[in-house]
Design a protein around this ligand. Structure first.
Ligand code: NDP
Length: 398
């Protein structure tokens, strides 16, 4: 049992707060803090739980964070603000002697770069302080790494080929919208593609490689190879992997809008001068796009995210597919958010639970696949993200 400070009152923070509020035996005190306290208050009022309190914090400011952490004395800080805040929050955790968990790796504001190097550089500091930092504990990254660790533990002697497949077959009825923070989302999907093969990274043009893949209960969807951050840690933690790729589905309408946004410069991350004021095009775009947290009410359909793995078991080639399907409507009925926030917030809550229960507690900075996947996999079934396995099937990916 312990106290948790959640930072970030967006779609994901809403789900984390909801799920933690339901578990008094694990989370004895919850403080939801964000830049806009009114958002925290609205979420807390909807949940209506006495153990859930709210605060205002600018997570870019280490002294402000330190003051908040000292006043609440949490056992763990769960960072579901934006990736830009990862390092300041880790600094504040070190200064106050509190452990840390997040769902997305650090990104500098002025460069769309997805790398763990900045956070891995904190390993020694967390080790020396006897504190645990759990990185990337959402769905992907997060459950994708835990599925891989589970497959390595129970299904394979050697994992050789890993394909993470992420399908959102939901329809929110808008011409264009992003499912989580538009700035982070657009930065992620417009970058060059990259995958791991035979010991090195292979670069591709954005969306250059694509093929149809069949998703359970959904059917065939065009899937595009993109780089995703968990690939970086998975190929290190599972060195037998010969090839690791990440696939995401996009509709034609979405890709057309994205192309236009890029072509007209609205995805730019460098500030420009507009009528004497500096604005960043992608931040302005975020202000006019539909808010991800407002998509939920009319969102229909399901997501399906999983790992397709090929390797060796008992001297024979084996194929394995582990996945979850999540309904946007069911997620909304339960928490008031769509499935993307739900599939991220539930694993963040479970990661916090793993830490508080001492099952995932190890000084240093760790990616999720470094911990025992079994207790986490058990809790996924208990808290709304059940998983299914298929073995010896055609993975559709050569
Ligand atoms: P939102 O944009 O909905 O929410 C982010 C929240 O963080 C907002 O409430 C915002 O406050 C707050 N925030 C931003 N900057 C600061 C700051 N400096 N200080 C305090 N609070 C701040 O994002 P999501 O909820 O969709 O995503 C949250 C995180 O989850 C992101 O890092 C995203 O990358 C990650 N994610 C991970 C996934 C995974 O599977 N691993 C999938 C989806 C998301 P305000 O509104 O006042 O600006």
């Amino acid at each position: 049992m312990g106290k948790v400070l959640i930072i970030g009152a967006g779609g994901v923070g809403t789900v984390v707060a909801h799920k933690m509020a339901e578990l008094p035996d694990v989370f004895s005190g919850i403080l939801l803090a964000s830049r806009t306290i009114e958002k925290c208050d609205t979420i807390a009022a909807k949940i209506g739980c006495k153990r859930l309190k709210t605060a205002r914090v600018n997570a870019d400011n280490v002294p402000e964070l330190v003051q908040l952490i000292r006043s609440f004395e949490p056992d763990l800080v769960v960072n579901v603000a934006l990736p830009y805040q990862d390092l300041t929050i880790m600094d504040a955790c070190l200064e106050t002697g509190v452990s840390y968990l997040d769902t997305a790796n650090y990104e500098p504001l002025d460069e769309a770069k997805f790398e763990y190097k900045w956070q891995w550089a904190y390993r020694e500091k967390f080790e020396k302080a006897g504190l645990t930092a759990i990185l990337g504990c959402g769905f992907d990254p997060g459950v994708s790494g835990i599925y891989t660790a589970y497959a390595a533990k129970h299904h394979f002697d050697e994992i050789q080929y890993l394909d993470i497949v992420d399908c959102n077959a939901g329809n929110h009825g808008k011409a264009f919208a992003t499912n989580f923070n538009p700035e982070i989302n657009i930065r992620e999907v417009t970058q060059k593609g990259k995958y791991w093969e035979n010991g090195e990274w292979v670069m591709t043009e954005p969306h250059e490689i694509h093929q149809p893949l069949t998703y359970p209960r959904i059917g065939e969807k065009e899937s595009y190879l993109i780089f995703h951050e968990e690939l970086e840690s998975l190929v290190i933690n599972f060195p037998t992997i010969r090839r690791a790729r990440f696939w995401m589905t996009f509709g034609q309408e979405y890709l057309t809008h994205l192309r236009v946004i890029q072509n007209i410069g609205m995805a730019g991350i460098q500030p420009i001068n507009y009528e004497g004021k500096e604005i960043v095009p992608i931040q302005f775009l975020k202000a006019v796009l539909p808010k991800p947290e407002e998509l939920g009410a009319n969102y229909k359909g399901e997501t399906s995210i999983g790992c397709r793995i090929k390797g060796i078991k008992d001297g024979k080639v084996k194929t394995y597919y582990v996945y979850n399907n999540c309904s946007h409507e069911a997620a909304f009925a339960e928490t008031g958010t769509q499935a993307i926030s739900y599939t991220t917030g539930v694993p963040a809550m479970i990661g916090a639970m793993m830490f508080l229960q001492g099952k995932w507690k190890r000084p240093g900075v760790h990616n999720v696949e470094e911990f025992d996947p079994d207790p986490f996999m058990h809790e996924l079934n208990m808290h709304g993200l059940p998983w299914y396995e298929l073995t010896d099937i055609d993975l559709e990916l050569d």
